[in-house]
Design a binder for this molecule. Structure first.
Ligand SMILES: Nc1nc2c(ncn2[C@@H]2O[C@H](COP(=O)(O)OP(=O)(O)OP(=O)(O)O)[C@@H](O)[C@H]2O)c(=O)[nH]1
Ligand SMILES: [Mg+2]
Length: 345
């Protein structure tokens, strides 16, 4: 079971590609495409709400394991440039750069584009990603892309198997009421192994619940490993009490503010004490105010690109998180909105 997100330049053929990889399913601010043949299961996410909504991009990436960054022959645009910074700040390990609409270019031009992009991404998570010219019109590269996704999926699976024994956490991206069943949620097992009859809490509100049943790609299962995309029927809770961003877990931190050891992107604009930022963790987000910035125990007025600080943030909306969750900070007023990543102190 591999979960990928397709992102990149505007009009680069992202939606056309997603449609070639699976059958269109659920649509919110992200659109899911499903493909299942025997043991080969692929979920493709098109972050359709982005670039208007940063949340759509972060949600899609946090629901998947592999990113396909689409760059057309015209090259980078402000959107794909922002995607690269987002991938870097999320510490996104697995991805492929698709040189899309290859039927409208020439091999030497595509080689040049690849070299240029490789130069720009030195020192980022994209540094060693593979490049592949593809076209959904001429089908060039489509089989190679599927093979690449499959082999990357195997690598991801090996990593995920090492997390099966961890405490179980499920990230919820949808919740609804089904007549005769009750509360049904869709999400991803972020770590651990989920079992039917497990008793857990819905964070951040800490409402208790029981896992009534688990489905993976419409098939009933008794348990689901790390990385599985699941549909769950829940007992003891109503659909109005669970929302996108909720985490099913036994133990999370809950707070309206957080202190992060935070590193700014080299390409970010500075931020200052008093600024309002948007904080993302998992599928949750909250506006928070910068209360203080310190470096080597010294109070600073401003945080500068490329530097690391202790940043104290406060807001009013409760979020839940665990110790090793990676936070991402954005400034929604900026042209390039992604600023920094950080870990709670
Ligand atoms: N020649 C050619 N045209 C393509 C290819 N893929 C997509 N297109 C065309 O490019 C245009 C944009 O395609 P989309 O799939 O909507 O691109 P997108 O990246 O999803 O666009 P936005 O979501 O609006 O940013 C459409 O007119 C497609 O028909 C391709 O491989 N070759
Ligand atoms: Mg599109």
């Amino acid at each position: 079971m591999t979960k990928i997100t397709i992102i990149g330049s505007e009009k680069s053929g992202k939606t056309a590609l997603a449609a070639k990889l699976g059958k269109k399913g659920n649509v919110t601010d992200i659109t899911m495409y499903d493909y299942a043949k025997n043991d080969n299961i692929l979920t493709t996410i098109d972050a359709t709400g982005y670039p208007v909504s940063v949340k759509s991009l972060v949600t899609a990436l946090n629901l998947s394991d592999v990113a396909v960054l689409c760059i057309p022959p015209e090259g980078l645009d402000p959107v794909s440039a922002e995607c690269i910074i987002a991938l870097d700040l999320l510490g996104y390990k697995h991805g492929i750069v698709a040189l899309t609409k290859s039927d409208t270019s020439y091999p030497f031009a595509l080689d040049e584009l690849k070299e240029k992009l490789q130069k720009i991404t030195v020192g980022t998570v994209l540094e060693n990603w593979e490049y592949l010219p593809i076209s959904t019109t001429s089908f060039e590269g489509m089989e190679e892309l599927k093979e690449m996704i499959a082999s990357m999926g195997e690598k991801v699976d090996t990593e995920l198997r090492e997390m099966d024994e961890m405490p179980t956490r499920v990230l919820i991206d949808q919740s609804f009421n089904v007549t005769g069943i009750g509360c049904v949620v869709l999400g991803v097992v972020a770590q651990g192994t989920l079992n039917a009859k497990d008793k857990m809490l819905a964070y951040p509100t800490k409402k208790p619940l029981e896992i009534r049943s688990i489905q993976m790609h419409d098939i009933d299962v008794k348990s689901a490993p790390t990385g599985a995309r699941v549909g769950l029927a829940l007992k003891g809770i109503q659909s109005k009490d669970v929302d996108r961003g909720f985490v099913l877990s036994e133990n999370e931190n809950v707070a309206t503010g957080v202190t992060l050891e935070s590193t700014l992107s080299q390409l970010a604009k500075p931020f200052a004490v008093g600024d309002m930022l948007h904080v993302y963790v998992g599928l949750q987000s909250a506006p928070m105010k910068v209360e203080s910035i310190t470096q080597n125990a010294e109070n600073m007025e401003k945080a500068e690109p490329g530097q690391t600080y202790i940043v104290e943030l406060s807001g009013t909306k409760e979020i839940s998180y665990a110790k090793n969750d990676r936070f991402v900070l954005t400034n929604l007023d900026g042209k390039q909105r992604f600023i920094a990543f950080g870990y709670s102190q």
